[in-house]
Design a protein around this ligand. Structure first.
Ligand code: RB5
Length: 151
C-alpha cells in the first residue's frame, strides 16, 4: 500500500501519479488534498508520514510546489526518510543508498511525465543494504540523539 499526499502546488502531479498507479494495479491510500484549492502542506506531510511510520503503508509519495516544504515537514516525523527528487538518478539512488521511504516532488519544478517516471523508478528500486544499512542507521541515531561519530 502506497500513501499519497499533496497540496495544491503538487495536485497536478498527484492526478498523474494516481492514474499510473491505477493502470498498474498498485494499491494506494489517498490522504488528500483533492483539488487545486490552496491548503497547508504540513497537514498532508503529517498524514502520509504517520501512515508510513505506523506500517499502514510501505512507502509514501508527497507532492507540493517544490517538493521541499512537504519533505521538510515529513522528515520531522521519526522514522521518515523523505527525499526530494528532480531526476531519474536521484529516484533510484535515494532508494538504493538512503533507503528513502517517501518520495517528494514539486509540481512547479518537474513535469507530470517525469513525476510518473520517477515514481515508477522509486517503487521498483530495492534498498541496497550492505554498507548503506550502517549509514542509514547512523542517520537514525542522529534522529534518536544517540549518534556517536567515534563509535
Ligand atoms: C505553496 O504555495 C507552496 O509554498 C508549497 O506548495 C510548497 O512549494 C512548499 O514548499
Amino acid at each position: 500500500m502506497i500513501a499519497l499526499g499533496c497540496d495544491h502546488g503538487g495536485y497536478n502531479l498527484m492526478v498523474a501519479i494516481k492514474q499510473y498507479l491505477d493502470e498498474h494495479g498498485i494499491a494506494y491510500k489517498d490522504f488528500g488534498t483533492d483539488s487545486a484549492e490552496s491548503v497547508d502542506y504540513p497537514v498532508y506531510a503529517y498524514r502520509v508520514a504517520k501512515a508510513v511510520t505506523s506500517g499502514e503503508c510501505a512507502l509514501g509519495i508527497l507532492c507540493c510546489g517544490t517538493g521541499i516544504g512537504i519533505a521538510m515537514a515529513a522528515n520531522k516525523v521519526k522514522g521518515v526518510r523523505a527525499a526530494v527528487v528532480n531526476d531519474a538518478f536521484g529516484a533510484e539512488m535515494t532508494r538504493r543508498h538512503n533507503h528513502a521511504n517517501i518520495l517528494c516532488m514539486g509540481g512547479r519544478v518537474i513535469s507530470e511525465e517525469d513525476a510518473v517516471r520517477f515514481t515508477d523508478i522509486f517503487l521498483n528500486t530495492p534498498e541496497e543494504g550492505g554498507r548503506h544499512d550502517k549509514r542509514v542507521a547512523m542517520v537514525t541515531a542522529i534522529e534518536d540523539g544517540t549518534f556517536d561519530e567515534n563509535a
